[in-house]
Design a binder for this molecule. Structure first.
Ligand code: TYM
Length: 326
């Protein structure tokens, strides 16, 4: 069985971009892969966090994993900081990375705003991500498009170490959805939907009430030509809504274009509200059941044990290759 690893940062509520780009894949893959899903709490402290909130968010993301259908009996669910191998491998990989390649990472450039001095953690973020992935001999990494460059760096680091020290790491591959790999903001379809955008109406969170979902979709930015057609360059708003509709309903974009031939944006948006509410309501209900439950704590503790059992021999192998220890 191929091994799958992915992670999500515990920063607030997740949105439909996180779900359609990543979490939906988590659920699909667990049927015939060995899956490890991490809440990357150490990544989130690259920017200051309130300690109490961070702990709660970590539990909430794990609860959301389970609410969307990740089954802790099939998949491993755990918090990154509870497996020491992440930090150990992080250092070893740090010593095999270059400041040049890290300063080319677009997420770093965006987050540091080109400042001369930025938090070191932000700069090193992609190396810790590579450590997460390589620690488990991962074959497949299901993520959204925005993580492509980080996966490339992970592969580069793995190949570099393998060439220098002999076969040490499995070289992983990214896995991206057809519809959903890059969900755009509802108020500005040229920007990625994000957890941190100030306008609440730019995104739909997995736990939003139906009334909020309706408002955000009905107000979403489109264009004035009134034709429901997929055309990213000229009709980014409608194209984004078509992708979301397709991802939630399972209908192809071509099918949707046919279904809505001759109808206006109003009807299309109304139907999209229904499809979205139907998809998210069970997630919300299940989340409220799992949040604060013993089931959640037990699943995460068990996940830590199982993750550690996979990570320990890998760390041992890596240390041997590098001549670390006695
Ligand atoms: P994070 O927490 O920002 O996002 C979690 C997942 O959601 C995807 N995503 C999107 N997909 C489609 N459309 C969007 N608008 C959108 N926004 C976010 C992300 O691509 C991601 O898959 N660096 C990672 C966390 C991480 C990780 C890892 C992932 C740490 N270590 C190891 C995989 C493997 C991140 O910040 O994701």
């Amino acid at each position: 069985m191929k091994r799958v690893f992915s992670g999500v940062q515990p920063t607030g509520n997740l949105h439909i971009g996180n779900y359609l780009g990543a979490l939906k894949q988590f659920v699909e893959l667990q049927e015939d892969h060995e899956c490890i899903y991490c809440v990357v709490d150490m990544h989130s402290i690259t920017v200051p966090q309130d300690p109490k909130e961070l702990k709660q968010h970590t539990l909430d993301i794990a609860a959301l994993y389970m609410a969307v259908g990740v089954d802790p009996k099939k998949s491993i669910i755990f918090a990154q900081s509870t497996v020491p191998g992440h930090a150990e491998l992080n250092w070893i990989l740090t010593c095999n990375s270059y400041t040049g390649e890290l300063s080319r990472m677009t997420q770093y450039k965006q987050k540091s705003h080109g400042a001369e001095s930025a938090p070191t953690g932000l700069f090193m973020y992609p190396v810790l991500m590579a450590a997460d992935i390589l620690l488990y001999d991962t074959d497949i990494v299901p993520v959204g498009n925005d993580q492509k460059q980080h996966i490339e760096l992970t592969r580069d680091l793995a190949i570099r170490v393998n060439n220098k020290y002999g076969e040490t790491f499995v070289v992983p591959e990214g896995r991206f959805m057809k519809a959903g790999a890059r969900v755009m903001a509802l108020d500005d379809p040229t920007a990625k939907m994000s957890k941190s955008a100030p306008n609440e109406m730019s995104r739909i969170s997995l736990l939003d009430e139906p009334s909020k979902i309706k408002k955000a979709i009905m107000r979403s930015t489109t264009d004035s030509d009134g034709v429901i057609r997929f055309d990213i360059d000229n009709k980014p708003g409608i194209s984004n809504l078509l992708s979301i509709y397709s991802a939630f309903s399972g209908k192809t974009i071509e099918q949707l274009e046919k279904d809505y031939e001759g109808s206006g944006y109003g009807q299309f948006k109304k139907d999209l509200v229904e499809v979205t509410v139907d998809a998210l309501s069970p997630i919300r209900e299940r989340f409220l059941e799992i949040r604060g439950s013993q089931e959640l704590i037990d699943a995460m503790k068990n996940g830590t044990e199982r993750a550690n059992a996979i990570a320990e021999p890998v760390i041992k192998r890596v240390k041997d290759r590098f001549g670390l220890g006695i």
